[in-house]
Ligand binder design. Sequence first.
Ligand SMILES: NC(=O)c1ccc[n+]([C@@H]2O[C@H](COP(=O)([O-])OP(=O)(O)OC[C@H]3O[C@@H](n4cnc5c(N)ncnc54)[C@H](OP(=O)(O)O)[C@@H]3O)[C@@H](O)[C@H]2O)c1
Length: 337
Amino acid sequence: MSQTTNHQFRLAARPVGLPKRSDWNYTEEPVRDPGPSEVLVKNLYISLDPAMRGWMNEGRSYVEPVKIGDVMRASAVGRVVASQNQNFKAGEHVFGLLGMQEYAISDGKGLNKIDPNLAPLPVYLSALGITGLTAYFGLLEIGRPVAGETVVVSGAAGATGMVVGQIAKIKGCRAVGIAGGREKCDYVVRELGFDACIDYKAEKVLESLRQHCPKGINVYFDNVGGQILDAALACLAMRARVAICGAISQYNATSGIQGPANYLSLLVNRARMEGFLVFDFAARYAEGVRYLATWRAQGKLKSKEDIVEGLETFPETLLKLFSGENFGKLMIKVADS
Ligand SMILES: NC(=O)c1ccc[n+]([C@@H]2O[C@H](COP(=O)([O-])OP(=O)(O)OC[C@H]3O[C@@H](n4cnc5c(N)ncnc54)[C@H](OP(=O)(O)O)[C@@H]3O)[C@@H](O)[C@H]2O)c1
């Protein structure tokens, strides 16, 4: 592989507010052969995730920040090009934390084989990937929906949210989404089978929630935080469960995080609010993928991928998550095969 060049995005600066192109260095280096126990992977699709914004910050979180000068952390699916690891063979397809780059060397830890005959490769970054698993474990283990209950999910047309609403329907619940724009709302109702969807950019969320959830919200799955979380808290049913998955409206805040003002609704309604990380369920990923793949095969779980071509678009493509320009699971296509 000595003549092949690897292009990479390395963190150059810690952003203030929205990340800029100058927060990255686009670098290149020769691809090296894998050493003992190592695997060389060619990245084909790389996932873009809101969590990347947090990984760029200084300071401890649930994972170490990306260091200045390091290749940006990113999950990807790729093809094994060469291997000195007995568990992987050239030609196999894999998923792992392979970074924002064209080629990655892995020691095999955290690298999982995937079957392109079972589902197209992008789906392994979507409904059968981390966002699908986040929806599965977050809804079922933290939200614990019961048939007949009302489940509300924000970021409903996004990668995680669209799976949450569909699992809610599979479990016999009423699913109400909150998303930005009529097109996204129409999609989740008409294509994905949600019972209703509130366009938070055009409607008064609190009034619409009261209208669509006349008996209150039993499970609120929150992807966005801020004012939408507050509106949902104001509409909780008795013994409601609020699953804190993310708070994308706050990730680029420069003047402090907006906390929920309506938290006393938890007391009045004897409700529970609990944060979770999908990684806490890593030991059960195989179970999650099995259910998600079965529902997908049965036509009960659809997914939508928003695929942008070209690694070099990364800094601008990432911003789509924060403007809401992405429609479905956002990823970059790096190579065909
Ligand atoms: N806890 C975990 O383990 C875990 C794992 C994965 C993801 N997450 C979290 O899950 C959430 C969704 O992630 P995803 O990967 O599925 O992304 P996504 O929903 O596919 O994309 C992000 C969406 O967020 C919405 N958004 C952006 N800014 C907003 C704002 N100010 N107010 C309301 N909505 C806003 C946009 O949709 P609209 O057009 O509808 O505004 C955008 O499309 C994020 O908060 C992420 O951090 C958590």
